[in-house]
Design a protein around this ligand. Structure first.
Ligand SMILES: [Zn+2]
Length: 435
């Protein structure tokens, strides 16, 4: 496996109680705390509060983090780590189907070690830029669990399933995925199922994945209503995607009877265990249906911009009380200017969303990148917020302005974090800390 670069995943755990002090602490589930502190022991948070209160009640080693904002590690609810090395290689296509053809050709020439190196490069980027938990789509499950043990990230690995081109029976695809899940160790990283998208799967595969999710309490993630072409295919039996897939022997009898969201509903695939990714194109009643079924929606702002989709239906989804989280998607669908580098970064996603929707409060954007993602992944109270017994997953960025502007500072932060802790261990140690 490639080396981890500067990121240190082997720093010894601080088993004794440690008190971290920062100019501003953002617990997310509570109001911001000026001159705040967090007490941790091992990999868990013991207490969160004002420095003057905590320092009186708690003993332990003190780490002065200084003029920084201390916040929970970011939760990236959708990523394809193994596509990281495709950054800037696919020119933005006019049609979504053209991009699908491009990426299929591009990854066709990759070897196992290309995918592994690309995966780890992406994981390192995420650690540097403040993600501590990622929901990742695994196209090459053979990489697991080697890549898991080479990153300090908490990874929720979703096994990608398609089956249109291969013509494999959905029962066989699901059986193989469930066997893979059973064969891997349960610990820091976990697994779920990812029927790729309604257009790239048979309806039976969506049904079987939903059944397995209910029986085995597995999470499921699917790309839903990403493009206008997908919407036209399901709703109206027309458009480029319909024509392309019909030519490629897909049984199109599930088209022309409703929107992609309604297609998911017909397969019994809408529930609180589903992370529906993108959800850019909705028909009447779709948002309300997603809200009723407690589906989690993942928005990927830079990928949305790259494909020039119509505006994300945020207001509709919010008024239907849908839990909305943020993801980076892959670097294969992020615009890269010539001679500029591009990174997987939840800060870049938050900033993109803020620029597209200036009336959205920064506090809400940060919730989408933390506590909402935790809820979608079934980890409320464990990650994405500072509360008693949560995992000690946290990051710092410099505080350049006033403490009251901390949410803005986070959302508009560029580049790397100044420190990151995952599971009680510094994976990016704060400057000057003697570990
Ligand atoms: Zn995706």
């Amino acid at each position: 496996m490639p080396r981890q670069g500067k990121i240190n995943s082997s720093v010894a755990a601080h088993k004794l109680s440690v008190l971290l002090r920062a100019r501003v602490v953002l617990p997310i589930s509570r109001p911001p705390i000026e001159d705040g502190a967090i007490a941790i022991s091992g990999n868990r948070i013991l207490a969160v509060g004002k420095w003057k209160d905590l320092s009186r009640r708690r003993s332990g080693r003190v780490v002065e983090l200084g003029e920084v904002i201390l916040l929970p590690g970011l939760v990236n609810s959708h990523c394809h780590l193994d596509y990281t090395a495709m950054a800037g290689q696919l020119a933005p296509a006019k049609k979504f189907t053209d991009w699908l053809k491009l990426i299929t050709t591009s990854k066709g020439g990759w070897t196992y070690s290309d995918f592994a190196e690309s995966w780890l490069e992406g994981a390192n980027m995420l650690v540097r830029t403040g993600t501590t938990t990622v929901a990742d789509i695994e196209m090459v499950p053979e990489l697991l669990p080697d890549v898991w043990t080479s990153t300090p990230l908490r990874v929720m690995s979703f096994l990608e399933m398609t089956g249109i081109r291969s013509g494999r029976p959905p029962k066989e695809i699901i059986r193989e995925a469930l066997e893979k899940i059973k064969s891997l160790p349960k610990g820091h990283c976990r697994m779920g199922l990812s029927p790729h998208a309604p257009y790239s799967t048979k309806p039976e595969l969506l049904r079987l994945a939903a059944n397995a999710s209910r029986r085995q309490r597995l999470l499921v993630t699917t790309h839903v209503a990403e493009s206008e072409q997908e919407f036209d295919m399901f709703n109206d039996r027309r458009g480029d995607m319909f024509d392309w897939l019909a030519r490629n022997q897909r049984d199109m009898s599930d088209c022309g009877i409703g929107t992609p969201v309604q297609h998911m509903e017909r397969q019994g695939a809408l529930n609180e265990k589903l992370l529906a990714v993108h959800v850019n194109y909705l028909g009447p009643g779709d948002a309300a249906l997603l809200g009723r079924r407690k589906v989690n929606v993942v928005h990927c702002p830079r990928s949305h911009t790259y494909f020039r989709h119509q505006p994300f239906p945020l207001a509709q989804l919010l008024s239907a009380r849908v839990n909305i989280c943020l993801g980076t998607d892959s670097l294969a669908s992020v615009y890269k200017a010539r001679k500029r580098s591009v990174e997987l970064s939840m800060f870049d996603e938050m900033r993109e969303l803020a620029s597209r929707m200036p009336s959205l409060p920064p506090e809400k954007i940060l919730q989408m990148a933390t506590i909402n993602g935790a809820r979608a992944l079934g980890r409320t109270g464990e990650i994405g917020e500072f509360c008693r017994q949560a995992f000690a997953d946290m990051i710092t960025i410099p505080l350049a302005g006033k403490p009251v502007e901390a949410f803005e500072e986070v959302v508009y932060h560029r580049g790397q974090v100044t420190a990151s802790m995952i599971d009680g261990q510094w994976v990016v140690p704060p400057p000057g800390l003697n570990t």
